[in-house]
Design a protein around this ligand. Structure first.
Ligand code: DC
Length: 229
């Protein structure tokens, strides 16, 4: 069977990572959550007082990029790799609403993107990889054999995100989450460097009214066609 590269792009909270993890488990592929990398750089910037809601010290953050080491370490109990920032597991910290509010701003910085895209390309040299993000099919792996583009209404996405954060005990309001989802859509789609775009050859999935099982089955049949099952 052929090893392929699967690029999954789309708006925030469209369930990209849920589908990507399931696909990676089924085909024994490596899963890379590129959003986690942008989130970890954002957490670093927050910890060093380089970013807040009304402030960004872009120059110092760019200077500090050489001191940021990002590593994915597979957690067999969870079945996926967790994000480590300079040796520390930050998987929980990078998923807070505070990080979500600042991450799109950090992701507009070209030097940040250059560093992360280089690392992301490195994960794909042998194929057998599922990567999700915003620019995977357009910039990181323009030659990926299978490209998916996930969408859903902002309300549906905010509802999913709200439930996730409430379930893990975070104190958040639905309105705040909805605003964050819409604001990230706007910044991610309009930034100059590598905006969120559907690649011409990507297959679009609107999963506003589609459950995980249906999406998973449809995507598996696309993967099977590509790998020649
Ligand atoms: O997938 P996510 O919601 O965890 O991503 C967080 C943010 O990171 C998202 O709002 C934009 C940015 N991002 C990006 O610019 N490029 C990627 N490949 C992945 C994420």
């Amino acid at each position: 069977m052929k090893n392929i590269t699967i690029a999954i792009d789309g708006f925030s909270s469209t369930g990209k990572s849920t589908i990507a993890k399931l696909i990676a488990q089924k085909y024994n592929y490596v899963y890379v959550d590129t959003g986690a990398m942008y989130r970890a750089v954002t957490l670093f910037a927050m910890q060093h007082n380089l970013v807040s809601s009304d402030f960004l010290n872009e120059h110092e953050l760019i200077e500090a990029l050489k001191n940021i080491e990002l590593t994915f370490i597979f957690n067999a109990d969870l079945g996926f790799a967790e994000m480590f920032l300079n040796g520390k597991n930050v998987e929980k910290e990078i998923r807070t609403l505070e990080v979500s509010k600042l991450v799109s701003k950090i992701a507009t910085i070209s030097e940040v993107r250059k560093k992360l895209v280089l690392e992301q390309k490195g994960f794909g040299v042998k194929g057998a990889v599922v990567m999700d993000g915003r620019d995977i099919g357009t910039v990181v792996f323009p030659n990926a054999e299978l490209k998916l583009f996930m969408t859903a209404s902002a309300e549906k996405r905010a509802t999913r995100r709200y439930k996730e954060l409430i379930d893990r005990g975070d104190n958040v309001s639905f309105e705040d989450i909805l605003f964050n989802v819409q604001e990230r859509d706007r910044i991610d789609s309009t930034r100059e460097d590598s905006p969120l775009l559907k690649a011409d050859d990507a297959i679009e999935f609107d999963n506003s009214d589609m459950g995980i099982t249906e999406q998973f089955e449809r995507i598996c049949s696309l993967v099977d066609q590509k790998i020649g099952v």
